[in-house]
Design a protein around this ligand. Structure first.
Ligand code: JDK
Length: 455
């Protein structure tokens, strides 16, 4: 590949003699030539710029000087790329703050060029007719930007393009596994964090899973870290993910990091309910409870349960005892979107603690935290919100350190809920009766132990 860099500051490109770039050049993979634009000036002062037509501050680079330079550079003979006699692929790349964003995809595409000429402007840039002209002469022309910030000229953006392309060329320092790995793992997520020796540094430990030797667990952990990083730092990238490439677990991880993609992309927030939110929680509770009831249960029984147990008064009382009860809420993080869309209620002790008849020595201990409710609006099913809420509730119990188990009951016919809890480490240990509006229902009782790592 031939690369020509044209600039009034050719010294900028001294960096191309260093390191990998230098090696690629020595190996003959790439032939880089740097040109001083002033070579193509024709006046005593070697002028390259003039005042802008239409007025305004600053100076614009003259098309005539650039035209002479680019005609000559684009006419450079290239070693026959193929025997078939197809013309070489010559690309004119022009950095500008107003260009299309340079992407990895573009860099990959440019590895197929026979020649890349980068025209580096200064001042306010280059007269528009220059790129218009070469485009009309059927050159491939790309006006590109390396990011939404303003540089003083195109040179740094040219170095960025060259480095991004040349490192992909076959044979650059063996074109290492990392380049191949990149194109595979380029799933549209940010890279997971990396660690090396020493294992312990300034009191910071390498995450234990990376020392486990369990490659499956390591892979899963790295993917989770990629998802969380992407959600935190580049939520825009989530819009371009294939939604079918995300499983339930992935969506739960994203929701825990504040982003959901189903049923639509939204930022969500999980937080503790405030004492003044009893009415909002009661409305949500009343709205979501019926879906957890078995189909044969009379509607009246469901309504009676709601009007006795899921009232503003009941929730106001729970919220007034913050040492014993925790209510977590999920919101969409939109200004004005005040209605919560999901919640959990965990009783850690006090009046609403786990019913004592649920104790099963050796399985369910006295003083287990009681996860009384985990509900999410139907619209948000499959979004991962429920799983994120549940994990947050368990972590919340763990941090408070008073309970070594979380226990819950869910209707024996609610297979969806049972599978959900089992996936989150809960085990069915017994059954109980649960009365809804005077009608007796049977619940599976599930328990999850809080392990040392969760504390
Ligand atoms: C090429 C000249 C400098 C500075 C005016 C006013 C808002 C700026 C040109 N990604 C990226 N950032 N910057 C570049 C880049 C800057 C360049 C040149 C590339 C050639 N400059 C310059 C200020 C303006 N303009 C409105 C944006 C124009 C590439």
């Amino acid at each position: 590949m031939r690369i020509d860099l044209v600039s009034i500051f050719p010294d900028y490109f001294a960096a191309l003699d260093l390191s990998l770039m230098g090696k690629a050049r020595e190996a003959g993979l790439v032939d880089v030539a740097v040109h001083d634009l002033r070579k193509w000036t024709e006046d005593r002062h070697r002028t390259v710029d003039d005042t802008p037509y239409g007025g305004g501050a600053g100076m614009v680079m003259r098309p005539d000087v650039w035209g002479r330079a680019l005609d000559e550079v684009l006419d450079h003979p290239l070693p026959a790329a193929d025997e078939g006699g197809a013309p070489p692929r010559r690309v004119l790349a022009v950095p500008t703050a107003a260009g299309v964003p340079l992407t990895q995809r573009m860099a990959e595409d440019l590895t197929g060029a026979d020649q890349i000429v980068v025209a580096c402007g200064r001042y306010e840039g280059i007269d528009q007719r220059v790129t218009d002209h070469y485009r009309s002469r059927e050159y491939e022309v790309v006006e590109y930007s390396i990011g939404d910030y303003v540089l003083n000229g195109g040179e740094v953006a040219a170095l960025v393009l060259v480095e991004a392309v040349v490192r992909l060329l076959d044979g650059v320092v063996g074109n290492p596994a990392s380049v191949v790995e990149e194109s595979h793992s380029a799933e549209g997520l940010l890279e997971h964090p990396a660690y090396t020796k020493p294992r312990s540094w300034r009191g910071l430990e390498v995450p234990g899973v990376l020392l486990s030797g369990n490659h499956r667990r390591i892979q899963d952990w790295r993917r989770d870290r990629s998802l969380v990083r992407t959600a935190h730092r580049r939520p825009d990238m989530l819009d371009r993910l294939d939604p079918n490439g995300l499983d339930v677990h992935d969506r739960e991880i994203l929701a825990g990091a504040g982003q959901v993609v189903r049923p639509r992309r939204a930022r969500i927030r999980i937080r503790l309910a405030r004492p003044d939110e009893a009415a909002a929680v009661a409305t949500l509770a009343a709205r979501t409870f019926p879906a957890a009831c078995p189909p044969h249960l009379p509607r009246q029984a469901v309504e009676d349960f709601i009007s006795e147990n899921l009232t503003e008064e009941v929730f106001a009382q729970l919220l007034a005892e913050p040492r014993d009860n925790r209510i977590l809420l999920v919101h969409e993080d939109l200004p004005g979107a005040t209605e919560p869309i999901g919640y959990t209620f965990t009783a850690l002790g006090g009046a609403h603690a786990m019913p004592t008849e649920m104790v099963r020595p050796g399985k369910i201990e006295m003083g287990a935290a009681y996860l009384s409710k985990c509900y999410v609006d139907e619209d948000w099913r499959g979004s991962g919100i429920a799983g994120a809420l549940l994990e947050r509730a368990v972590a919340d119990v763990a941090t408070r350190g008073r309970n070594s188990q979380v226990v819950l009951g869910t209707n024996v016919g609610n297979g969806r809920a049972i599978r959900f809890y089992r996936r989150h480490g809960f085990k069915v240990v017994s059954r109980r009766k649960f009365i809804v509006g005077g009608v007796v229902n049977l619940d599976e009782v599930l328990v999850r132990n809080i392990t040392a790592t969760q504390r």
